[in-house]
Design a protein around this ligand. Structure first.
Ligand SMILES: Nc1ncnc2c1ncn2[C@@H]1O[C@H](COP(=O)(O)OP(=O)(O)OP(=O)(O)O)[C@@H](O)[C@H]1O
Ligand SMILES: [Mg+2]
Length: 276
């Protein structure tokens, strides 16, 4: 995909992070992260569960202060104390946690007084499985609407940056396509989009640049022309860790095909003694 004119024209980043760390007690969620976002760029943030993606965007959106490092917005250092301040600067975020609400109480409320029942002989009981299924489905639809509204709102109110944390994760192909179209439209308006996803196909379809996080560290930022989908997949899976795992599994396989270890002998004897 050709890089849009807006990207070529502006070589000044809207956002620049330099050497960001974020520590929660004993957990280092982010370590030495540097990151730039340009106008009219779709910058995809990729990584496995717990890689630090949401923490990074929470720093960008004023939820968390970084423990170390510099945050620059339009070339000036900023210290955000709240999402409100980020929004005032023009950083609009659609958070991942939107749909993560305690489901049972919602289900109860959703069906209050009209609970679906199933019968066990003469007894009628609350059909919680069916109720939960319906509630989840309706919530999902609301979630999609909320995301669409949030994106439309950001564009309408002149956001400079739009951050989407896993906007396509629970969606089918057609629904995801709608969100991806919004991403492309925002880009066409010169907005810098940060698009977080587990789905490399979604990222590849709309992304200009890709930053891959792994356990709080960055593998770096790659332009679409300089990488491949498979490279991104490999990095997301923690390439080297997978290689290490393969070696370990190989060792186990070899060891277990050989003679039994002393421990295994003892366990086997124990089991035999119990059987008798
Ligand atoms: N408020 C917090 N307090 C303590 N630890 C946290 C907090 N927020 C995040 N973490 C930890 O930081 C690490 C990174 O979490 P984060 O939510 O940023 O990952 P993620 O890449 O968004 O994962 P996912 O793909 O599951 O959404 C995890 O180990 C997580 O447990
Ligand atoms: Mg997350």
């Amino acid at each position: 995909m050709a890089i849009s004119q807006t990207t070529e024209k502006s070589n000044e980043p809207i956002i620049e992070l330099q050497g960001i760390d974020k520590v929660f007690g004993k957990v280092t969620a982010l370590q030495d992260i540097s990151f730039k976002l340009f106008p009219g760029e779709v910058h995809c943030l990729l990584g496995d569960n717990g890689a630090g993606k949401s923490t990074l965007i929470k720093i960008l959106s004023g939820v968390h202060r970084p423990t170390r490092g510099e945050f620059r917005f339009l070339n000036g250092p900023v210290e955000l104390d709240s999402p409100r301040q980020a929004l005032d600067l023009g950083i609009a975020t659609v958070f991942q946690d939107l749909a993560m609400l305690p489901l049972m109480s919602i289900t109860r409320n959703f069906f209050l007084g009209r609970e679906p029942k199933k019968t066990f002989g003469p007894i009628k009981v609350f059909d919680s499985a069916s109720a939960e299924k319906t509630t989840t489905e309706e919530l999902r639809k609301i979630g999609i609407r909320l995301r669409e509204v949030a994106i439309a709102r950001a564009v309408y109110f002149g956001a400079k940056v739009l951050i989407l944390d896993e906007p396509t994760s629970a969606l089918g192909v057609k629904e995801a396509a709608v969100v991806l179209k919004y991403v492309v439209q925002s880009k066409a308006k010169g907005i810098g989009v940060i698009f977080i996803t587990h789905n490399v196909h979604h990222a590849w379809a709309v992304g200009d640049t890709f930053t891959v996080l792994n356990r709080g560290r960055s593998y770096g930022t790659f332009r679409k022309a300089d990488t491949h989908r498979e490279n991104l997949l490999q990095m997301m899976a923690g390439g080297e860790e997978l290689d290490e795992l393969a070696v370990e599994l190989d060792l186990i396989a070899k060891r277990d095909s050989g003679p039994m270890s002393e421990l295994e002998h003892r366990v086997a004897e124990d089991l035999e003694a119990k059987d008798n």
